[in-house]
Every structure is written in structure tokens, then in C-alpha cells.
Ligand binder design. Structure first.
Ligand code: ARG
Length: 460
């Protein structure tokens, strides 16, 4: 005899190897509150529709609430013999309220039940992540405001390119993380669909009221194809993709913090609270938090790929393979929330190191483009100007000088168009403030964008 809730047609009990292999309770117990919320709404609907009696629903709901308390107080014993969260709860319910507990699963299958649980769970997680992202956006904004006068070298190919405002650099990340938040908001629309009522795959013959259940659980839409509803996990793939992209942004920022805080760059100071020392080298202050953000990004990619491969070529509708959808979701959520929390702690405490930034700006011919633009504005075709400045840079390099160390006379020897006013152009702050095109790094521009951002952050 088989004592499982589904054991009726079996003549022998499940092999213990099989039990260990197939259980999901060790991880899906994390879904308990969503499973119970879904069951309560379902029971209420069954009673409202006269499918079960009001007193029966009351007993069931009371039992479910008791189970929730037991789980929260650590008094619930999860059993792998009961396979998953659904059957652990149902078995306990029947134990507590008696046979009537067996009516809860009327007009329902674990297939629509798990689809519901994941959606409820992901809805909360997504809202949580959106809130964390909003905090980070605010931190970026404050940092940009605080250091509005700091200039730093901007890079392409990790080579000195053109000077930019530190605030402009920081707000570049604001934009990236803002798109991440938009992506999560958009994914919420696809999560926000009630699958319950789809039954195992074909719907149910009971006169259920899905609209009522959707209202109880706060869904604004109801799935309209039962076969799609129990086989769909693309909302989860989309969510994992949002997480992976967001982690990718975090890893780029983290990488720059590692580089910029190194002795070689010395552009910024990271807060002690998020760095660690060495057990052997007393002088060390290691940027471990940033390195871990960089490193943990790998899991979020792995999780996305795992889910894509899991779903690839799966025939409709439910297949047990789909039980493997949970751990990568949980891991991606925990990873991204940890990452965002650390960023929230670090960003407000980042300090640009003004003196060494200035030193860096004097190196690497960072205003060479400005010199070329200067010549072009005096009528020289830009291509030609580019060449002339290239020759000046080669000359400077040969003589071991920086651009601003070359005398006016020396400069003039390269072109008749060069006059005394060229000195203005060669200063990095002038160079920054000349970039007034919309989206450029001139201080007035950046201040305008800061105003725009303040508005958008207070609106939502
Ligand atoms: N534990 C299962 C899962 O996570 C629940 C659905 C099981 N359905 C089934 N027909 N075995 O996917």
C-alpha cells in the first residue's frame, strides 16, 4: 500500500531513493505563505459558489491559518515523504481539521497551484527589488549633487579620453539602474495574471469564479488558456533576465570601484565598513564587497541560462522538470537583493579624491580633442586638425611633456591658427564646460539633468 495523498492506484510504496530525489519541500517551503494565501482564496471561492459549505470553508481556512502560525513559529515539521509544500500543508490540514480538509483540493491541481504560488512570490520579490532600486537611484542623485564640481578623466579603452564631471559619470549609472527598474516594472505586468482555475491543464467542470479569486489575491488579469497557464514560465525567465542585466550593471560599477580605489588610480576612497583587511599584510584595505558583487553576477547569469535550458523544448503542458524552476529564482532574488543592499550602503560613502584626480587630469593629453576642436572652429577641416594635434602629442611625448607644459611658441610652430587664447581650451574644466550639447558633461547641463531627476524621483 502507498500512503501518499495520491497513492490510491499504487500497490507498493515509493522507493526512498525516489523520495529523496523527487522532493522539493527542502526548498519550496519558502513559498508557504503564498501557498496558504492561494488556498484561503480558493476555499472562500468554493464556499461562495456553493461547491463546499460555508462551515467547511471556515474550518479549512482556520486550519490553514493555524498551519501558517505553526510554520512561522518553527513548529511545523516538513516531511520529505510529503514531497512538496502543497502536500505538506494539505496533509497537515487534514490532520488538524479532519476529512473536510480533503475538500480544499476540489477544482484545483498542483499544476495551477504552483503556477499561482510562483507568481505571488515573484510579485512580492519584484516590488521589493523595485523599492531597493529606487533607494539606489536616490543615492546616485545625492552623490552627483554633492560633488558637482569634481572633474575626472573619462575613459574609452581604459585610456584617458576626455575630462568629465564626476557627477556626470555617476549619473551614467543612474540611467542604467533606472532602466533596470523600468524592466522590473514591466515584468510585473506579465507576472500579474491569475493561473488558478486552470486545473491540471484543461480547466474544471466545477462552477468556479476565477474573477473573484483574482480580486482576493490582487491580480488584475486572469489567464485565458488553461494549457498555457500551467505550462508558462516565461514570466520567470523574464524576471531572471532583469536580474541578470541589473547584476551586470552592478558588476560594471563594482569593477570600476575596484580599479578606481587601487593605488595606481587612487581616484576614490571606499568606506572602511565595506572593505576588509589582510591576515598577513597589515597595510591592506581590500574592496571585497565590490569584488563579491562582481563575482556573484555569475550566478545570476547561470540561473537565467538554467531556466532557459530547463524550459527549452518542453512539451505542453506540465512536466515535472518544471519543479527545477525554483532554486534559481530564489538564488537570483537573494543575490540581487544582497547586491543592491551593499550598493546602498557603499554609494553614499564613496569619496572622490580631488587631488589625485587633478594629477591624473594633467596626464594623458586629455584635452587633445579640445585642441583639435579649437583649430576646427578656426576653419581648419577637422580631419586636418586631428592630424596637427596628433603631431603635437607625438612631439610632447618625445620631449617628455604634457600638453599644458608645451609653450605657446612651440604650439604656434605647428599651425598659424594657434593664438594665445589656446590656453583656455587646454584646461580640463574649460573642456568640461564647453560640452554643452544635450546629454553632455557641461556643469549647467548636469545641473539641469539633476533637476529633471529630482522631479522624476518624487513623481513615483
Ligand atoms: N512540486 C511541484 C512543482 O514544483 C508541484 C507541481 C506538481 N505537479 C505534479 N503533477 N507532480 O512543480
Amino acid at each position: 500500500k502507498n500512503k501518499k495523498l495520491w497513492g490510491g492506484r499504487f500497490s507498493s510504496s515509493t522507493d526512498s531513493v525516489m523520495e529523496t530525489f523527487s522532493e522539493s519541500i527542502s526548498f519550496d517551503k519558502r513559498l508557504y505563505e503564498y501557498d496558504i494565501a492561494g488556498s484561503i482564496a480558493h476555499a472562500q471561492m468554493l464556499a461562495k459558489q456553493g461547491i463546499i459549505k460555508d462551515e467547511e470553508a471556515d474550518k479549512i481556512i482556520e486550519g490553514l491559518r493555524k498551519i501558517k502560525r505553526m510554520i512561522e513559529e518553527g513548529e511545523f515539521e516538513f516531511r520529505i515523504e510529503d514531497e512538496d509544500i502543497h502536500m505538506n500543508i494539505e496533509r497537515k490540514l487534514i490532520e488538524i481539521v479532519g476529512k473536510v480538509g480533503g475538500k480544499l483540493h476540489t477544482a484545483r491541481s498542483r499544476n495551477d497551484q504552483i503556477a499561482l504560488d510562483i507568481r505571488l512570490f515573484l510579485r512580492d520579490a519584484t516590488i521589493h527589488i523595485i523599492d531597493r532600486l529606487t533607494d539606489i537611484l536616490k543615492h546616485f542623485l545625492s552623490l552627483a549633487e554633492k560633488y558637482i564640481d569634481v572633474v575626472m578623466p573619462g575613459f574609452t579603452h581604459l585610456q584617458h579620453a576626455q575630462p568629465v564631471l564626476f557627477s556626470h559619470y555617476i549619473l551614467a549609472y543612474y540611467e542604467k539602474f533606472k532602466r533596470d527598474r523600468d524592466r522590473f516594472r514591466d515584468t510585473l505586468k506579465r507576472i500579474d495574471v491569475l493561473p488558478l482555475g486552470s486545473g491540471a491543464l484543461a480547466g474544471t467542470s466545477f462552477p468556479i469564479d476565477r474573477k473573484y479569486v483574482a480580486e482576493q489575491l490582487g491580480f488584475s488579469k486572469i489567464s485565458r488558456n488553461s494549457m498555457d497557464a500551467v505550462s508558462d514560465r516565461d514570466f520567470a525567465i523574464e524576471f531572471l533576465s532583469d536580474v541578470a542585466i541589473c547584476a551586470m550593471h552592478a558588476s560594471r560599477f563594482a569593477e570600476e570601484m575596484v580599479i578606481f580605489s587601487s593605488q595606481e588610480f587612487d581616484f576614490i576612497e571606499l568606506p572602511d565598513e565595506f572593505c576588509t583587511g589582510s591576515s598577513i599584510m597589515p597595510q591592506k584595505k581590500n574592496p571585497d564587497a565590490m569584488e563579491l558583487i562582481r563575482g556573484k553576477t555569475a550566478r545570476t547569469y547561470g540561473n537565467l541560462i538554467q531556466m532557459l535550458v530547463l524550459m527549452k523544448a518542453l512539451p505542453l503542458t506540465y512536466n515535472r522538470d518544471m519543479q527545477e524552476d525554483k532554486e534559481s529564482l530564489f538564488d537570483s532574488i537573494d543575490t540581487i537583493i544582497g547586491t543592491l543592499d551593499v550598493l546602498s550602503g557603499v554609494i553614499p560613502k564613496i569619496k572622490p579624491k580631488i587631488e589625485s584626480l587633478q594629477k591624473a587630469l594633467d596626464k594623458g593629453f586629455i584635452t587633445a580633442t579640445d585642441l583639435a576642436d579649437y583649430l576646427a572652429k578656426k576653419g581648419m577641416p577637422f580631419r586636418e586638425a586631428h592630424k596637427v594635434v596628433g603631431q603635437i602629442v607625438a612631439y610632447a611625448e618625445k620631449n617628455n611633456k604634457e600638453l599644458n607644459e608645451i609653450s605657446i611658441e612651440e604650439l604656434k610652430s605647428f599651425s598659424d591658427l594657434i593664438e594665445n587664447d589656446v590656453l583656455d581650451v587646454l584646461h580640463y574644466r574649460k573642456a568640461v564646460n564647453s560640452r554643452t550639447s544635450y546629454g553632455g558633461t557641461a556643469k549647467d547641463n548636469v545641473l539641469n539633468i539633476i533637476e529633471e531627476i529630482k522631479k522624476e524621483l518624487s513623481i513615483r
